[in-house]
Design a protein around this ligand. Structure first.
Ligand code: ZN
Length: 134
């Protein structure tokens, strides 16, 4: 693992949360993107080498919607940058961590991503992300 790439925060409404985080971080949101496979609208902020990713559900049965219903708004996941996602997935699987997707999938912000089962990591949903080369 290289460093924390971003922290994902589940929000009910980007319309409300984006100006709030712009004020909090004193930096403009530099990108919004919809990841239809994940049923989320995302908004990104740069904080040094790290980022904050706000996540709003695009549907009533999406994972973010379910998360908010269960736990309310808040930190949803921590993402670590990795150089080679396939190698890191294999290393973690061999070490007994369960992967939520067996094949890296397309994430927001030009990344290949893989999520780990939060029960294996003290209740924290971990995302691995590697820059896409295309
Ligand atoms: Zn993320």
């Amino acid at each position: 693992m290289l460093h924390i790439e971003h922290i994902g925060i589940a929000v009910k409404s980007l319309e409300t949360a984006v100006p709030l985080f712009e004020k909090l971080l004193n930096t403009p949101c530099y990108k919004t993107e919809t990841v239809s496979g994940e049923q989320v609208h995302t908004a990104f902020f740069k904080t040094g080498i790290n980022k904050i990713e706000l996540l709003e559900s695009t549907s009533e049965d999406g994972v973010i919607q379910k998360f908010i219903e269960k736990k309310g708004e808040g930190i949803h996941h921590i993402a670590f940058a990795v150089e080679n996602i396939q190698e890191e997935m294999k290393r973690l699987q061999d070490a007994g961590f369960r992967l939520l997707n067996e094949i890296p999938k397309q994430g927001a912000d030009h990344k290949l991503v893989c999520f780990l089962h939060p029960k294996d990591s003290s209740g924290v949903l971990i995302e691995l992300c590697q820059d896409r080369n295309d």
